[in-house]
Design a protein around this ligand. Structure first.
Ligand SMILES: Nc1ncnc2c1ncn2[C@@H]1O[C@H](COP(=O)(O)OP(=O)(O)OP(=O)(O)O)[C@@H](O)[C@H]1O
Ligand SMILES: [Mg+2]
Length: 608
């Protein structure tokens, strides 16, 4: 249970609800037992079996508490029957039965009432914690993980944990108390018979624990499959156009069905195990009851040491013990499943982010001099993507990176923003290694336009406000104007309050690009990092986007990754990359004069 124990920490703020639940459960167990015992006087009146006692009995200590209790009951019944008749006495007894059952159920409800706050509170806090961690983990974490798996952990696994919190309190408080009180009542009624019950408990406990053994493994498998299945769903929704366009529906259906078939198999195995618990414990219980019936029956019939109504109530209590025993076995499965889920959730929560602030990281507010890459080498996996790469970007200048696809241009943007850390060498801003300044202040200095425009399902305004939370409408419109986006946004049905759809899919490619440029403009950072989209735009929108970029680069330090070479003709330094190294650099006309790689790239593009 070690994972679950760690999760318990999340219940701390709700401790008082746990206490209230425990108190209510004590009453629940107490009234639950009394409810059965209260049947006894009713039966006594009904069978007209009470010894007539006219004097109240004397209390003779705890060992005779049963006799005292019975004596007092007889006295009470005798009095009532004498004063008001048998039916009236019966009614009083029935009222007592009703009252105890009412109190039992009321306490039961209160117990659930309090625990609900704890369970849902833990659910809320745990989800928040996992979400916060999900956002905090580095980009690289997700290149290996399936998104659906993370979604499953934050949704179903956390829910599983929420369920198990109910189980744990049932397990350690409610049902043991119920058993304890019932056993006390049984001991009072007949100590001899109760010995059999004591034999039953460890035997059934052993059998139940055997069933529970392999439950965690099965449960983990089920949850894993759930993650896989959500991944397929997530990818399907994202790639619907491709699936349809390539007639791949069948392939995806099959992939999905394979996953659900596995889920079917695994969860059948899990549920079969779980379902075994209650029939087994019920059957074990009835075997014990049968033995009790035999011995108890002979006590009533032959020995006459037990009153019939006491025997009926006793049997009721003995059967009543089965319910908590069953509940305990079920709850222990609940906790086991919770433990499996907790392991999966903790895996995220306990992942140390590889990219995080150093303890003594400083805050860098301004950019004054230059960005320098010194002998940087970097690999994502096994192959070096950048090798001994050095570059200086002085303040106020525009440096353009050009080169073949896969030459490492976007990688440089990833390193500057510390989405990844360099393997060798260093990157510095004004001589401060970017690893020594806080991530927040580093990224605060930079505006980012990614190669694929990343937009959210929100309004135009909402999307821009990602850059500046409290931006006014005027500021937003100004940014849109700089990015050449105001004209089309103005034409949208609700202007800047128009929802742009999932990932901005209600907009054209060029419009999306201009919105993401506007977002960077709104942030107004000293350094712009611009990974120009490769998607071909028509001449009109190309011109619009290009103007937008030029507007944006004005008076700023920019690192531009360009695919359309026309964009960067006026750059202060054009760096030509090939396989992660610089092959040429210089101004546009210098590089043209060289008739080298750059010249060839320009030639190719003008031909196209
Ligand atoms: N997350 C990643 N994990 C592993 N390898 C990666 C990852 N991202 C990129 N690569 C590899 O790194 C190399 C450089 O990729 P990069 O994205 O920097 O190219 P690029 O110059 O931006 O290309 P393009 O012009 O097509 O955008 C490629 O060979 C690519 O396969
Ligand atoms: Mg790229």
């Amino acid at each position: 249970m070690k994972y679950f124990r760690k999760i318990l920490h999340f219940a701390k703020p709700y401790k008082r609800f746990a206490w209230l639940n425990i108190i209510a459960n004590i009453f629940y167990a107490l009234f639950g037992t009394l409810a059965f015992v209260s049947l006894m006087p009713m039966l006594k009146v009904l069978f007209d079996n009470s010894t007539k006692i006219t004097e109240p009995p004397v209390y003779e200590g705890i060992s005779h508490v049963g006799d005292y209790f019975e004596g007092y009951m007889n006295y009470f019944i005798t009095q009532k029957i004498e004063s008001s008749g048998e039916l009236y006495a019966l009614m009083i007894m029935i009222s007592i039965v009703i009252a105890t059952f009412l109190l039992k159920n009321l306490s039961g409800y209160l117990a659930m009432f309090f625990i609900t706050f704890l369970r849902n509170g833990v659910l809320k806090d745990l989800r928040n914690a996992v979400y916060e961690k999900t956002v905090a983990l580095p980009v690289s974490y997700y290149s290996e993980k399936r998104k659906g798996d993370t979604i499953a952990r934050i949704s179903t696994d956390v829910l599983e944990i929420q369920h198990s919190f109910l189980s744990i309190l049932e397990l350690i408080v409610r049902e043991p108390l119920m058993i304890l009180f019932t056993i006390i009542a049984m001991l009072i009624l007949s100590a001899k018979l109760t010995l059999f019950v004591f034999i039953f408990i460890p035997v059934s406990g052993f059998i139940i624990s055997r069933i529970g053994k392999s439950l965690k493994k099965r449960s983990t498998r089920v949850q894993q499959e759930q993650g896989f299945f959500l991944s397929i769903l997530e990818e399907t929704l994202g790639g619907l156009k491709i699936i349809k366009g390539f007639n791949a529906e069948k392939m995806f259906n099959e992939k999905f069905q394979q996953s659900t078939a596995r889920f079917f198999k695994y969860s059948n195995a899990l549920m079969h195990r779980q379902n075994l618990a209650s029939p087994i414990s019920e059957f074990l219980g009835i075997v014990v009851i049968a033995i009790l019936l035999w011995f108890g029956g002979s006590m009533v019939l032959v020995e006459k040491t037990l009153a019939p109504e006491a025997f009926i109530v006793y049997m009721g209590l003995a059967y009543n013990i089965l319910t908590p025993a069953k509940a305990i076995s079920k709850a222990s499965y609940g906790v086991k499943k919770g433990n499996a889920a907790a392991e999966r959730v903790l895996e995220i929560l306990e992942t140390e982010s590889s990219i995080k602030d150093k303890n003594n990281a400083t805050v860098k507010k301004d950019f004054e001099d230059a960005i320098t890459l010194n002998d940087v080498s970097f690999k994502y996996e096994d192959d070096w993507v950048l090798k001994n790469f050095s570059l200086k970007v002085p303040k106020g200048s525009t440096v353009a990176l050009v080169g073949q696809s896969g030459s490492g241009k976007s990688t440089i943007a990833n390193l500057l923003t510390r989405f990844y850390d360099v393997n060798e060498g260093n990157i510095a801003i004004d001589n401060a290694n970017i690893k020594d300044i806080t991530l927040h202040s580093l990224r605060g200095l930079m505006g980012l336009v990614t190669q694929d425009s990343i937009l959210f399902n929100d309004t135009v305004k909402g999307n821009l406000r990602v850059a500046k939370e409290d931006a006014s409408d005027e500021e937003i419109i100004d940014a849109l104007k700089v990015a050449n986006a105001w004209e089309f946004v103005q034409g949208l049905p609700q202007g800047i309050d128009t929802n742009i759809g999932d990932s901005g899919n209600k907009l054209s490619g060029g419009q999306k690009q201009r919105l993401s440029i506007a977002r960077a403009v709104l942030k107004n950072p000293p350094i712009m990092i611009l990974d120009e989209a490769t998607s071909a735009l028509d001449t009109e929108s190309e011109r619009l986007v290009q103007d937008a970029l030029e507007n944006m680069m004005k008076n700023r330090t920019s690192v531009v990754i360009a695919h359309r070479l026309s964009t960067i003709q006026s750059a202060d330094n054009i760096v030509v990359l090939s396989k992660g190294s610089i092959v040429e650099q210089g101004k546009h006309h210098e590089l043209l004069a060289k008739k080298g790689t750059y010249y060839n790239l320009v030639e190719m593009q003008s031909l196209a």
